[in-house]
Design a protein around this ligand. Sequence first.
Ligand code: IVH
Length: 672
Amino acid sequence: MTNPKDRAAKLRDLINNYRYNYHVLNKSIMSEAAADSLKHELTQIETENPELITPDSPTQRVAGRPLPGFSQIKHSSRMLSLNDVFDEAELGAWVKRITKLLPSDTKLEYFMDLKMDGLAAALIYEDGILKQAVTRGDGFVGEDVTANVRTIESVPLRLRESSHHADFLEGRTEVRGEIVMYKKDFQALNKQRQVVSLPTFANPRNLAAGTIRQLDPQLVAARPLQFHAYDVMREHPEEVPTNKFAYEALRSLGLVANSVATSAHSVKEILNFARTWEKKRQKLPFNTDGLVVKINDRVIYDQLGVVGKAPRGAVAFKYPAEQATTKVKDIFVSIGRTGAATPVAMLEPVVVAGSTVQMATLHNEGEISRKDIRVGDSVIVQKAGDVIPEVVRPLKELRDGTEKTFEMPKNCPECATKLIKAKETEAIWRCPNNSCPSRAWKTIQHFASKAALDIEGLGEKNVIALIKANLVKDPAELYNLNKDDVLKLERFAEISAGKLVNAIKAKKQPDLARFIYGLGIRHVGVQTAIDLAATFKSLNKLSNSTIDELSRVEGIGEVVAESVVEWFSRPSNQKLLAKFEKNGVKPQKSHEVSGPLLGLSFVITGNIDSMSREQAADKIRELGGTFQSSVGKGTSYLVVGENVGSNKLDKARKLGTKLIDEKELMRMLDKA
Ligand code: IVH
């Protein structure tokens, strides 16, 4: 274990290095969330050991200075920062704090907007004409970037005449807002740079910041920047009574202000807004990491004053970080249903995007050596959406020499069988033993899962208990279980044991398609299983089918065909099927589907409101139709929901697939 003094010194160097790269060079050596996480660790060490605090520690720093090269301009009023709150409790505490400071009968109204990830700028208009544009700088003094900002199309060079806000065209009007680069423009620019071997930018914010500080405005004009306003100030503050009014004035003066910005009357309404946009934020043109919540009434807002660098009357409600730093305690190998041996990092528990992460996939041996991840390393972990957390990279700067490199075991950690690779070029090692206990429990769990045989009472823990007690080795043996066997297990009592055995017995004549899916053949998902069942009509026929026959089935390609033939050719699988038969399991040919949607196939893209995607799929199948996950030549309809990505749409347009909306789909399902 490194001593706190050395650890603190290493952390300080790394964070300072990050800050220099980020603020001065506009280069990002790690994400902000990862740097925050390191800073958090340093603060903790310094709190426990105050004698270790040094004057140059990043925990003691105030914001950076403007760069030389642009002339410096003093702001008319300080450009403040915001304090962050991360959850409902902290948001509630903020409301409580300010409520206490105000007369008891004050009815608070809030105004909320997306917090854009760009850089702040102030635009100064004199008699409606753009005179100056200034970066935030250190909040007091910024840089004169007028020539560059003039190239931004969304910045009006003259405020629009507006009958409502005619006063704003006289005298001084200051507009504040965020300069951002849209994600699509960022990607396009980085691609161009890659082609000519120029270094790429880490994120849109850095690219926007790098651009606005270019000394050559022509170069700036070639890079699409946007300005989204969030504040307007007049010499007489009473001209802008509320923040809602400010946004309306901004729009009528010809500026862009986010149209989603809106007022709220309670913490609950703020949280609802936050949740909605947290889910939808990937679809926004710019990056956002939370909301800005302000007191709507600007008199109250001003009365509340400033603490440190932030106004009391506003907070940033931040979404949970999707990256954090932690330590790798150990690396072990997990064996999946198909035998794939996946190295997994055991981590010191850390909160990422709102949930605690203790394990992260390392994918395969090659990935570990490419990233050089060692046991004992401090690492950056990340979680994006619903995917399994992963290790982004180790922080090699924090190594103390005790870290150990990982070696892939030669044998299965569960059953000691020698691990093999199907081909030399494959990245993944596999346990070839079909009755490996780890493979067995995942296979049985899959067989019993909702989309397969849907056997109640066979969750992870019960399956492991049955395997450990040597009562089952594969799904076929489930049908041998009797109540007395199950009762021997600690987890079961008279009633629960009886229930489980009956639930299994009830599935002795399962639907053929579900049974095929339940076998867990690689590449055979729910729809493929349905297609196979409909074509071959019995397990025996499917088992004897050739690659040729399989490939002729609509929706089945070569990969699936090969995988099916391979599965049935393995003696161990033939034995399994024989065991099912011996135990009286007779999959039933799915009843001939017929119905008004016979011959029609559907793909859904984006969100639909009326029912879940699974419910829609079930309903379509019930009516004789086919539900597919991707658009192909045979697809009859692409149902276009809300917030659609472009992939499926593009493909549908190319193939001439008919597009319908949710309403039309519901009409077809209802009418049928
Ligand atoms: S209102 C006192 N609204 O966030 C500052 N700021 O941490 C109140 N930001 O430097 C600013 N989106 O550049 C406001 N919709 C928004 C914003 C926003 C991004 C930035 C702003 C400021 C930082 C505050």
